[in-house]
Design a protein around this ligand. Structure first.
Ligand SMILES: C[S@@+](CC[C@H](N)C(=O)[O-])C[C@H]1O[C@@H](n2cnc3c(N)ncnc32)[C@H](O)[C@@H]1O
Length: 386
């Protein structure tokens, strides 16, 4: 496919997304209907679509409309490119720009220019102060790809060498002692020996830094209360902890056995109904459900799906999870609360509210990562019971 034809395909996918189809479904639907498209074409179209979702508001303003065509025109303008070069009307490229499209002269509000929903901007300002614009700005660009070296099987340097055998170039990342940033051929990772034989796992660098902050020791008894697909459970098991994984949804933990087998570690999963029998963990980690505001580079559609009502439900879930955690911690043990959000109301405000309800706990450490640190935005607080 020509570059112009790829843009035309991205417009189709964006129109489907903008009419209510979830983005992954819109991409799969397009690929099914266009089987001639090769993997490189599909990857390029996906990149256009995700670039557009990261900058949806500014692209619509710069493109002078709300549909997929306007979004792609505005995206290219926002990237400093001349859309007329790709909107050539030749072959399968989109039709030439109309006079109205050529005449667009966008005057953007601050929220539009930062690609932030209006109602969320005050939250970012309250949470990040003078850094709000920089953090929102960084959420408008692609995230780097990171892997975690599985210390249960190799050192970080060995992991980098094994990746190199498959032409994947990795650099040491300062954010965490296990983290490697993939600087060449990131799309090859899942087919590489390093991945298939469990030497590396895909995991954001800040997510790895959160685990590093917990100072996991071999033999520690750890409960991962919101284990999901097991990213953090695997990282803790690789450091020698005995990890029990729980999630409100059993289904979400379905890949843990295969991932653990690949990594050469063992993780025990526990059902909701069996939680009453558990107690006495050295560490209870809750990587709680959240807005995902720290990871909108990776999942930009989350930014546009969030509403103030959904955020209220998220606060309530976070409060309930914090309230449940003390039952599982041993005396003198640690409770760790994490989110991939940069919003204070999901982070320190939740922890302070918990502390005001639970006099027996005190805060021992707290850190807010933002994309300015290199990885996703992440918050971690460690509390101990006295
Ligand atoms: C941020 S994700 C966890 C990601 C995971 N820790 C990882 O590193 O791959 C949050 C998880 O919390 C789970 N969850 C939501 N409400 C919960 C609750 N009340 N109790 C336990 N888990 C819950 C969700 O199903 C979701 O899998």
């Amino acid at each position: 496919m020509t570059p112009g034809a790829r843009v035309a395909a991205a417009i189709e996918v964006l129109d489907s997304y903008l009419s209510g189809t979830p983005v992954e479904q819109a991409l799969t639907g397009w690929a099914r209907g266009h089987r001639f498209a090769g993997s490189k074409d599909r990857a390029a179209i996906r990149d256009h679509v995700f670039d557009a979702l990261r900058r949806l508001r500014s692209a619509q303003a710069l493109g002078g409309g709300t549909d997929g065509r306007a979004v792609m025109i505005g995206l290219l303008r926002g990237q400093g490119l001349d859309p007329a070069e790709l909107f050539s009307g030749e072959g399968h490229a989109p039709a030439k720009l109309s006079d109205a499209e050529l005449a667009v002269n966008a005057q953007m509000s601050r929220a539009e220019a930062l690609d932030c929903p209006d109602w969320l901007l005050p939250q970012f300002d309250r949470s990040l102060g003078a850094d709000a614009d920089t953090v929102l700005g960084s959420l408008r660009s692609r995230a780097p790809v990171f892997v975690r070296a599985n210390l249960a099987k190799c050192t970080r340097e060995q992991a980098a060498s094994i990746l190199a055998e498959d032409g994947i170039e990795a650099q040491l990342c300062e954010l965490a002692g296990t983290a490697l940033e993939i600087v060449k051929n990131p799309r090859k990772i899942k087919l590489s020996r390093a991945f298939l034989d469990g030497y590396v796992e895909l995991q954001d660098a800040a997510s790895q830094a959160v685990i590093e902050a917990l100072d996991i020791q071999p033999g520690m008894r750890v409960l991962d209360y919101c284990a999901g697909g097991g990213g953090k459970a695997l990282a803790m098991a690789a450091l020698g902890a005995y990890v029990t994984a729980h999630d409100l949804s059993w289904e979400r933990m379905k890949d843990i056995p295969d991932r653990a087998a690949r990594a050469g570690v063992s993780i025990q999963r526990v059902r909701n109904s069996d939680m009453v029998d558990l107690s006495g963990f050295d560490l209870v980690l809750a990587d709680a459900p959240c807005s995902g505001s720290g990871s909108w580079r990776r999942a930009p559609h989350g930014k546009w799906l969030l509403t103030s009502e959904k955020l209220e439900q998220i606060y309530a879930a976070q409060r309930d999870i914090l309230t449940a955690m003390p039952d599982f911690v041993c005396s003198g043990g640690t409770m760790a609360y994490a989110t991939c959000s940069v919003l204070t109301d999901e982070n320190s405000a939740q922890v302070q509210a918990f502390l005001s309800r639970n006099a027996g706990f005190s805060l021992i450490a707290e850190r807010q990562f933002t994309p300015r640190d290199g990885g996703d935005g992440f918050y971690i607080a460690q509390l101990t019971s006295s």
